[in-house]
Write a protein that binds this ligand. Structure first.
Ligand SMILES: NC(=O)c1ccc[n+]([C@@H]2O[C@H](COP(=O)([O-])OP(=O)(O)OC[C@H]3O[C@@H](n4cnc5c(N)ncnc54)[C@H](O)[C@@H]3O)[C@@H](O)[C@H]2O)c1
Length: 332
């Protein structure tokens, strides 16, 4: 198998995770190009992951013109998206795009249109869809065994100052749009499309931090088209050094309590004599996400989370942000 030629756009802190995954799959992928607005960052990646063999760029169009890529991994902050998806699609280059894929619905759907017209394979970085426990619940819901979806709650708790851009609402979209979006995507993955959303978002703990214009506390209620209800609550004022996201799901036939995407206990409430199912996996769900994309590029079909899914989840969190501004429920 000839390895796919891969480039990374945005060589900041998180791109290391994708670079490590790809560097460990030499038969499937070869890191051949790195691009960052700051040349030294791209150079550092090329040195660390390819001993300096990979090409280095500061302009993504030049990289796409010169590096003969099969796959581009986009790891720029929300404000950093320009036309990289359209440029890659025009050259038939497949894409992994980190969440949120954009800061406006218009830009998100432009990306979808370009990718779908070009027929490239795309994956958005909602890796919790690949959690072992999430997968099992999804299968039970899809088969009908779980019965009617009723309630899903999910929380995101952290306490860190993050990057400068993260703290600025106009650059990140805020904690809900940039970070808790993972949970909103999980709600959609498990319970289907939302009908309406009501959200409140406040900055309660960081009013004295200059430039911190994002919210640090939010509470959101989602109603789904199938009648089910969801709650997402997030804060950046919880336990320093801990990043907690967990979920609870109630359907007609079971209650699922998740410690994280890989670990959960399912209690089968419609079958009182049935043993609860405990799922406890060490799966690397970011690796599973990348493998799904690499397999799809080679063998066809759809990835689990194509750009269209990224645009729909973006629309949901943007509706939540609008709800907060309007102090009113927003229909989708
Ligand atoms: N899936 C996950 O769990 C997860 C975790 C962390 C971050 N992320 C996402 O990854 C993205 C990047 O986050 P990060 O923490 O690495 O940010 P970062 O600030 O550490 O790095 C971003 C890099 O992108 C570069 N950049 C920005 N715009 C650019 C452009 N147009 N062209 C070239 N380079 C550009 C910056 O110079 C910087 O080096 C964000 O969208 C974030 O939400 C996802």
């Amino acid at each position: 198998m000839t390895p796919l030629r891969v480039g990374i756009l945005g060589c900041g802190s998180f791109a290391h995770r994708h670079a490590q995954i790809l560097a460990a799959l030499p038969e499937q992928a070869e890191l051949v190009a790195f691009c960052d607005r700051t040349e030294a960052k791209a150079q550092a990646y090329a040195g660390q992951y390819t001993g300096g063999r990979a090409a280095v760029f500061t302009d993504h169009v030049r990289m796409l013109d010169q590096a003969r890529l099969d796959l581009l991994v986009v790891v720029v902050p929300p404000y950093g998206h320009t036309d990289e998806v359209e440029q890659a699609a025009a050259r038939g280059v497949h894409l992994l795009v980190e969440k949120p894929i954009a800061l406006t619905s218009e830009q998100g759907w432009r990306m979808v249109e370009a990718a779908e017209q070009a027929g490239i394979k795309t994956q958005v970085g909602f890796m919790y869809r690949f959690g072992a426990a999430v997968e099992q619940l999804k299968a039970l819901i899809d088969s009908g065994e779980a019965g009617r979806p009723g309630l899903i709650s999910a929380r995101y708790f952290c306490n860190a100052l993050h990057a400068d851009w993260w703290r600025m609402r106009e650059k990140s979209g805020g904690q809900l749009v940039e970070q808790a979006i993972h949970l909103f995507d999980l709600l959609r993955f498990l319970f289907g499309e939302a009908a309406a959303v009501y959200s409140r978002q406040e900055n309660l703990f960081h009013t004295d931090v200059p430039g911190y214009t994002a919210e640090d506390t939010s509470a959101t209620v989602v109603s789904f088209r199938n009648g089910a209800l969801g709650v997402v609550y997030a804060t950046n004022g919880a336990i320093p050094g801990k990043w907690i996201n967990d979920y609870r799901v109630v359907t007609r036939n079971l209650t699922a309590e998740f410690a994280n995407a890989n670990r959960a206990v399912f209690t089968f409430t419609a079958e009182p004599d049935r043993e609860p199912l405990a799922i406890d996996s060490d799966r690397d769900f970011r690796l599973a996400q990348m493998q799904d994309l690499l397999d799809t590029i080679r063998t066809g079909g759809e990835t689990r989370t194509p750009l269209r899914e990224g645009a729909k989840t973006l629309d949901l969190v943007l509706a939540a942000a609008r709800s907060n501004q309007l102090r009113a429920e927003v229909a989708l």
